[in-house]
Design a protein around this ligand. Structure first.
Ligand SMILES: Cc1cc2nc3c(=O)[nH]c(=O)nc-3n(C[C@H](O)[C@H](O)[C@H](O)COP(=O)(O)OP(=O)(O)OC[C@H]3O[C@@H](n4cnc5c(N)ncnc54)[C@H](O)[C@@H]3O)c2cc1C
Length: 374
């Protein structure tokens, strides 16, 4: 019987596997993909994650590849409404570190054990003091502990279909990463037509995300053309000219009511899904993993299940996920299109908010300062 099995080799699975492996735990990662995931999703790593991963050396390696973004601006019709200052936060890392998710995953993979790729898990069941993990086309695996970090689609492995309340938002967004040199400042354009976000990335690149007026994603050329129009409307002409393609995504919200059952523990997107407009989904999962690793290590070392620690961990992670989901939902609402009166009210409210001490609270909330692990 194995000590620990991690199901899913995304960023969250790789982090917990790496922490356990480094602590001397015999841990195996089961991943259905033959190769690391392509495409770009999470781009921001926040201060609490950088603080949590500093001691093990991961932070230094992430920062070697990251751009440090120390402020964000809210703009409307080209005018700055106000600034959110991450560099004034009282934290050891007063900035958002931006880098592509694939780079974050590669950094995390360096500490993890070899991944058993091409392995699709079809069932996970706690049976007394062991967990049985069923695998498509192979013998089941038995382990003392199974950690499920297999993303949104693997929820059925552990939860009944109706155990989570999943809210689908009506909003759709377009997204593209492209070369668009500029200052290391995040910009949120808020005018009547819905939000356009522009985040700096390393190597003179930027991530653009635009609220999409079209109800259907449409063909690739239609998406690119709508994204070009969104960029042009906000004066981002160079980016519009450089754009070749744009992907589309929709947003959902779900937080699991429990994360621990017998020897099965659920973390990352399997446990919670928050709107990417909050920029916190991966960070939440990384904090699940960073805070869980010492508890699991001690459990396996002592042979005693640390019930009180597990309960505290579960309570804190669910509370943190609910907070992140609420912040993301607010961001999503704030970025919706408005008529002339609504847009004017939003501009006035933002101007006022960003000129008062509330700005500091906003920066803290955006940079995950409200997470229980912060
Ligand atoms: C457009 C977009 C933008 C985003 N931007 C941000 C951002 O800026 N900041 C942020 O913090 N978050 C962001 N997120 C969210 C972030 O990408 C996710 O929260 C993060 O990837 C979750 O990591 P994970 O390891 O839990 O799951 P995943 O990344 O989904 O990894 C799960 C892994 O498990 C594997 N797997 C699945 N099922 C099985 C199975 N049955 N057997 C074996 N293996 C399996 C999968 O192949 C995958 O490799 C964004 C998301 C989207 C969609």
């Amino acid at each position: 019987m194995l000590d620990a099995v991690v199901i899913g080799g995304g960023p969250v699975g790789m982090l917990i596997a790496g922490r356990l492996h480094r602590a001397g735990v015999d841990v195996t990662v089961l991943e259905q993909r033959a190769e690391a995931a392509p495409g770009s999703r999470a781009i921001g790593v926040h201060a609490p994650v950088l603080a949590a991963l500093e001691e093990c050396g991961v932070t230094e390696r992430l920062l070697a590849d990251a751009l440090r973004v120390d402020r964000g601006e809210a703009r409307s019709h080209g005018r700055v409404l106000g600034t959110v200052r991450f560099d004034r936060l009282s934290t050891r890392f007063p900035f958002v570190a931006t880098l592509p998710q694939s780079t974050t995953e590669a950094v995390l993979a360096a500490d993890a054990p070899t991944v058993r790729r091409g392995t699709t898990v079809t069932g996970v069941r706690s049976e007394g003091d062991r967990v049985r993990i069923d695998i498509d086309g192979a013998e089941p695996v038995l382990a003392r502990i199974a950690i499920v970090a297999a993303g949104v689609r693997a929820r059925d492995l552990v939860f009944r279909r109706d155990a989570l309340r999943v809210r689908q938002y009506p909003d759709r967004y377009l997204m593209t990463d492209l070369t668009a040199p500029g200052p290391p400042v995040a910009v949120v354009h808020l005018d009547g037509g819905g939000v356009l976000e522009s985040f700096p990335l390393p190597d003179g690149r930027r991530r653009f995300v635009a609220w999409d007026p079209d109800a259907a994603a449409g063909a690739p050329e239609e998406r690119a053309s709508r994204m070009r129009a969104a960029l042009d409307q906000r004066g981002e002409h160079e980016a519009a000219a450089a754009l070749l393609h744009a992907s589309a995504f929709r947003v959902r919200r779900a937080v699991a009511p429990s994360l621990v059952r017998g020897g099965v523990i659920v973390i990352g997107d399997t446990a919670h899904e928050v709107s990417p407009i909050g920029g916190q989904g991966m960070n939440l999962g990384l904090l699940d993993a960073a805070t869980l690793a010492p508890i699991v290590t001690e459990w396996l070392r002592s042979g005693r299940r640390p019930d009180a620690e597990l309960r505290r961990w579960e309570r804190d992670r669910i509370a943190s996920a609910r907070t992140a989901a609420r912040i993301a939902a607010l961001n999503t609402k704030l970025g919706r299109p408005q008529g002339p009166t609504g847009a004017a009210l939003r501009r006035a409210a933002l101007r006022l908010l960003l000129a008062t001490p509330a700005e500091g609270a906003l920066a803290r909330a955006y940079a995950m300062g409200l997470d229980r692990a912060a």
